[in-house]
Design a protein around this ligand. Structure first.
Ligand code: ATP
Length: 589
């Protein structure tokens, strides 16, 4: 296909949906979202008040009167497999026993922490007890309030399961329903493309944009060739693996097309078809024309946003211009001619003039980048496999050594902390409470920032949390909060909170079977309680002899002293050697 761009652009303004009236009017430099905001900020949530509401904790349900479902309590709905994978091969009874009170989730998975939260629900990082692998499990935020709501929710899972696996499509594993909630288990990724892009420094990033384009074109080609249209392609619905590979996810709006004649395509369930996010929406969707070209347009807007590192408008003049084929030259002028031309083609206002995913993949400039991308991904995957293999070997070695008592206690695995209990509550709460319509405060307990839960948060979620806490670090820390607990002056303001948490997170491992309790200093050194008392006494004696005008310093000095005197692991080769010598000397006749 020639790279010459056809610019037969209609200058007629398109009708604007009513909800665009308060929308952001034009292109702007990328802003950082509040850390707790939904990755896929819902369709019109870019104005600041809406963004603020995303950052606030969930509002507890009103306690004024009981919801209808509590008044007429019904028995909890049992575990129901929704995916063919679970129906065909349910987990063995040794893993899941339906007669037990615990939920399917609790019996089958170890909850490793919260990954993120969207408008539909919350996503957890889990480890399967059946195969030992890690996955992501998305749980709907609210219990279904009717058949139609349930059907809508289940549609996403069913759509996802129908897709043939592909390296750039998020892998579906299983789906089930329990206690009126939907659970979708998928492969685990490290973060979403939206969050990844927000963490980048400002300014254009064309090489990354080519990588994204290659991966997502490949995903679209796969979907379209099998008669599906995604209809909601945007950075929030794309996930990234540890190796940097992009995976298209969120198939809630997936539409199956049927061939009509030779060329024309039409949505099978066209009446059910919904438009996705207006920022990425193709203009023809407003006229009810659904087809693969709409995905190409959305991908064009996505790549424009990521390449130029800008916010695309969800209404107004900028929105109109983009749908008339006018790219924002103040941002795109920094891009190469090749990328500008490809974007211009993808953003053609006329869907019939837009190239297909296969045609775009066949362009020489795309092929060149795709070839490099493949090599990079292969190398990255090989390195990751090697690293995880080494980790397995080292872990195994440590376990073997620790079973011979050669290693100190801290090599033992840290026990899992509470979040999974909140899921148990679905089945352990009294019947009336179980029928609450929406997420109860109990359900949201997993989002409370208890220090001991810090271990359960994934690195990406912790990162967002960290930036939020550092934003809030100017305010007075709450008693018991990590910032409050922190005392060591050696910690920098930004890192100290989480250093404190990471120390606290290790607390369970510091309680030994012999009953002697160890506490941890902010730098996580194990200390005997008797040692602490001793050091406090020493520091008090010292402070007694020093000037009395140092009371505040003295408090921190106590910590410094403990750090000076106490960072002593249980295992000291030198002591063992001397013990050995003593024993042999004592043992001599
Ligand atoms: N498979 C996964 N691996 C790792 N993280 C994930 C995975 N799926 C989702 N997440 C994280 O959870 C967040 C919320 O997920 P997701 O956007 O799918 O929820 P949602 O409720 O469907 O959102 P929405 O309906 O608003 O698009 C994502 O931003 C991402 O950070």
């Amino acid at each position: 296909m020639s790279l010459a761009v056809e610019t037969t652009v209609s200058r007629m303004s398109l009708p604007l949906p009513t909800h665009f009236s308060h929308a952001e009017q034009s292109f702007s430099l990328k802003k950082r979202r509040m850390p707790f905001s939904s990755s896929s900020t819902s369709n019109s949530s870019y104005a600041s008040p809406a963004r603020l509401s995303h950052s606030l904790p969930p509002v507890p349900p009103s306690k004024g009167c009981l919801p209808v479902s509590r008044v007429f309590s019904q028995p909890p709905s049992p575990w129901t497999p929704l995916s063919g994978s679970l129906r065909k091969s349910p987990p063995p009874k040794s893993v899941y026993d339906p007669s037990k009170q615990q939920s399917y989730f609790t019996q089958c998975f170890i909850n490793l922490g919260l990954l993120g939260r969207g408008s539909f629900g919350e996503v957890y990082k889990v480890q399967s007890k059946e195969d030992g692998r890690q996955y992501a499990v998305k749980r709907s935020a609210q219990r279904f309030r009717g058949t139609s709501e349930r059907n809508r929710s289940v549609k996403e899972a069913r759509n996802h399961e129908r897709l043939v696996p592909h390296p750039h499509i998020l892998n579906f594993v299983a789906a089930w329903e329990e206690c009126g909630r939907l659970y979708i288990q998928t492969e685990l990724c490290s973060t979403s493309l939206l969050l990844h892009a927000e963490d980048k420094p400002p300014g254009p990033d064309e090489p990354a944009a080519w990588d994204y384009l290659c991966d997502l074109l490949s995903a679209l080609q796969h979907l379209h060739s099998r008669g599906f249209v995604h209809l909601d392609l945007k950075p929030a619905n794309v996930l990234i693996t540890d190796s940097g590979c992009l995976k298209l996810g969120d198939f809630g709006l997936l539409l199956e097309l049927k061939q009509k004649g030779t060329e024309q395509v039409e949505g099978k369930g066209k009446d059910d078809a919904q438009e996705g996010d207006p920022r990425y929406m193709a203009p023809e969707l407003l006229r009810g024309e659904y087809g693969p070209a709409a995905d190409v347009f959305s991908l064009g807007v996505t790549i424009l946003e990521l390449a130029c590192n800008i916010e695309v408008p969800n209404g107004g003049e900028g929105w109109q211009q983009l749908r008339q084929g006018c790219l924002p030259s103040e941002f795109t002028s920094g891009l190469s001619t090749e990328l500008q031309t490809v974007l211009q083609m993808m953003l053609s206002p006329d869907p019939s003039k837009r190239p297909t995913a296969s045609e775009l993949l066949a362009l020489p400039c795309v092929r060149k980048h795709r070839w490099k991308r493949r090599i990079y991904l292969m190398a990255a995957n090989t390195v990751l496999t090697l690293v995880s293999f080494c980790q397995v070997v080292v872990c195994f070695g440590c376990r073997v050594l620790s079973s011979f008592h050669f290693l100190p206690h801290w090599t033992k695995p840290v026990p899992c902390t509470p979040p999974r209990d909140s899921w148990d509550r679905d089945l352990t709460l009294p019947l009336s409470a179980m029928q609450a319509d929406s997420g109860s405060p109990d359900d949201d307990a997993v989002f409370l920032l208890a220090p001991t839960d810090a271990t359960d948060l994934s690195p990406s979620f912790l990162h967002r949390l960290k930036s939020r806490v550092s934003m809030e670090s100017t305010s007075t820390p709450l008693p018991g909060s990590p910032a409050h607990i922190r005392r060591s002056p050696a910690h920098t303001p930004n890192n100290s909170i989480f250093d404190g948490w990471s120390s606290l997170a290790q607390t369970p491992s510091s309680i030994h079977s012999n009953g002697s309790c160890h506490t941890l200093t902010p730098n996580a050194s194990p200390i005997h309680t008797s040692d602490i008392k001793e050091n406090l006494r020493v520091s008090q004696l010292q402070s007694h002899h020093s000037s009395s005008s140092r009371s505040s310093q003295q408090r921190s000095r106590n910590w410094v002293l403990t750090e000076e005197v106490l960072p002593r692991p249980n295992f000291e080769p030198k002591n063992l050697l001397s013990l050995f010598e003593e024993t042999t000397v004592d043992g001599q006749p």
